[in-house]
Design a protein around this ligand. Structure first.
Ligand code: SF4
Length: 335
């Protein structure tokens, strides 16, 4: 399967002010290589501030990389001017977390949906209406005749987010970044929204980067799962393999902390990862997780582990899987 999006050693830093005159770089994305294949959903998981949103936006060139390469459909677009990337604004879309702020409260749904079509010069009004109706039907907002006349405040949060799904699809994109699309939606509507996203992915052969802090939702929508920690990718692989048998201690901690009402489910025990993530302004040397890892070894604060294939289709960046560094302890001994 060919890649739609590929990053090679991508870095995105932004600056924050420290004191009156000094600015320092925050290493939001710090050397990430990954790919998203045609018609697949990659879930990108990690705690708040780990760099997943920055990585998602950098793949759209909404944030500028400081180094590395960004390849879209085989073309290196790392240094292309924003002016020359108009095609990308049509072929790649983003769904934001907050449906309340991402649509204009003073426009009705027809006007909200029509805006991107006018910007992208779909001149025929009948054609625009036909496209709007089809997109709203695909996200199951019925009856469409009534929905298009409503204003955002007349819809529930879940319905508003469905409008943003439909609007993202209007221009028939190849790639969508869905940034925490259900985290601000009532729990009762989340599963239905995730089903709609999954159906849309299949219907339109979309490549989706599904960003979430909630690893438990990833298995509903994604084919593969990638885990980020303080700007680095620490594990990735087939979603069922990673959730079924996580290799990296950070992924193990994330999964163990998922609440599950089923007592027979092995995810039901809750274990919180100790401590706080380190500051991305000055991350620790070596493995960035070593300040919190229950399996830490002397090498972990000295060298940075590479993200390598440990099992077929499952990569991890951890010295526990490098025989030369492990003496008596084996992965999982302490769990
Ligand atoms: Fe823990 Fe060391 Fe593996 Fe990092 S490299 S996750 S500190 S065992």
């Amino acid at each position: 399967m060919s890649s739609i999006v590929e990053t090679r050693n991508l870095r995105m830093y932004y600056t924050v002010r420290q004191g009156l005159f000094k600015t320092v770089p925050v290493k939001a994305v710090d050397g990430v290589s990954m790919n998203i294949k045609a018609a697949e959903t990659l879930a990108l998981v990690g705690e708040s501030g780990c760099g997943k949103t920055s990585l998602g936006r950098t793949t759209l060139r909404l944030l500028e990389p400081v180094s590395g390469e960004l390849i879209f459909k085989g073309k290196d677009i790392t240094h292309d001017s924003q002016q020359s990337l108009k095609w990308l604004r049509r072929d790649a879309q983003i769904i934001f977390q907050d449906p309340y702020s991402s649509i204009n409260p003073y426009m009705n749904i027809h006007q909200i949906m029509e805006e991107p079509l006018i910007i992208h010069k779909i001149e025929d009004a009948d054609k625009r209406t036909e496209m709007i109706y089809r997109a709203l039907e695909e996200v199951r907002l019925y009856p469409v005749d009534e929905v298009v006349r409503k204003y955002p405040h007349m819809l529930s949060g879940g319905q508003r987010q469905r409008v943003t799904f439909a609007r993202a699809l209007l221009l028939d994109p190849t790639y969508i970044v869905a940034d925490e699309p259900v985290s601000m939606i009532d729990a009762s509507s989340r599963v239905e929204l995730l089903q709609i996203l999954s159906n849309l992915q299949k219907l339109h052969n979309l490549s989706i980067l599904y960003i979430t802090h909630d690893i438990s939702t990833a298995k509903y929508v994604s084919n593969r799962l990638a885990v980020m920690y303080v700007g680095k990718m620490v594990e990735r692989g087939d979603v069922l393999k990673v959730i079924g048998k996580p290799l990296h201690p950070y992924t193990q901690g994330l999964i163990a902390s998922v609440p599950d009402p089923d007592p027979s489910n092995r995810l039901s025990y809750r274990e919180v990862i100790p401590g706080e993530p380190p500051n991305a302004i000055n991350p620790p040397a070596g493995c960035r997780f070593h300040t919190r890892c229950p399996h830490v070894m002397p090498i972990c604060s000295e060298k940075e582990p590479k993200l390598i294939e440990i099992e077929q289709g499952q990569d991890a960046a951890c010295f526990l899987y490098h025989k030369e560094f492990v003496e008596e302890e084996q992965p999982g001994d302490k769990r």
